[in-house]
Design a protein around this ligand. Structure first.
Ligand SMILES: [Mg+2]
Length: 212
């Protein structure tokens, strides 16, 4: 029993706990354009501009790239562009999400979304109370997965299982000796093989019980 309680589950949020990430991001994009135009920045916010700024600021996180480019206040951007979309947002939990509450040990969310937004979205989804901690991007924490610095926020000394919808975010966890679980939005069971850093592929979060 002691061993079970020593487990630490690390969940990605977007695409792993709920589906329809493109819809959520589309709503945020509209608010980002409105906000930036309001500040007098003539952004297009199209794919080319986003790619350019992410490369320039060396981040996978688009909001962070724009915050750096225009020297914006992080929390104000989130308040103005992320939190307002939650009211009308339609998002669905991914398969088996309710089973997370029954897993033994500690459960943490490690997301590339802003931390305040993650708290609000998980509350809207009704699963916020399943987790012991929500770790996202903040004014003082800009490192996004798969940057190795992002994973350093997870305490050592546990049996860690990391669950992700993006398999590339499991490379570092594999190197750290964690168990890695890939939960893609599309069924990947037709694949002849999986990358070495994917230890298990699941189609429902209920399958995590197999690790206990
Ligand atoms: Mg994800």
């Amino acid at each position: 029993m002691k061993d079970k309680q020593d487990m630490l589950w690390v969940f990605d949020m977007d695409g792993t706990l709920y589906s329809g990430v493109d819809h959520v991001w589309g709503e945020i994009e509209k608010e980002m354009v409105r906000y930036l135009h309001g500040l007098g920045h003539p952004v297009r916010f199209d794919r080319t501009e986003q790619d350019l700024l992410r490369v320039k600021w060396q981040t996978r996180q688009t909001t962070i790239a724009y915050i750096h480019e225009f020297r914006l206040d992080f929390e104000e951007v989130i308040e103005e562009t992320h939190l307002p979309i939650l009211g009308n947002l339609v998002v669905e939990l991914r398969a088996g999400a309710q089973s997370i509450q029954h897993l033994p040990g500690k459960k943490i969310v490690l997301t590339n979304s802003p931390e305040s937004f993650a708290h609000a979205l998980l509350k809207k989804l009704g699963i916020h109370h399943f987790f012991d901690a929500i770790l996202g991007l903040r004014t003082d924490v800009f490192h996004a997965k798969p940057n190795a610095l992002s994973y350093q926020r997870i305490a050592e000394g546990h049996r860690v299982v990391m669950v992700e919808d993006w398999e590339e975010n499991l490379v570092v966890p594999h190197q750290l000796g964690w168990a890695t679980v890939w939960f893609p939005e599309e069924d990947q069971s037709h694949r002849p093989f999986f990358p070495e850093h994917v230890h298990k592929h699941i189609t429902s979060l209920e399958e995590l019980q197999a690790f206990v």
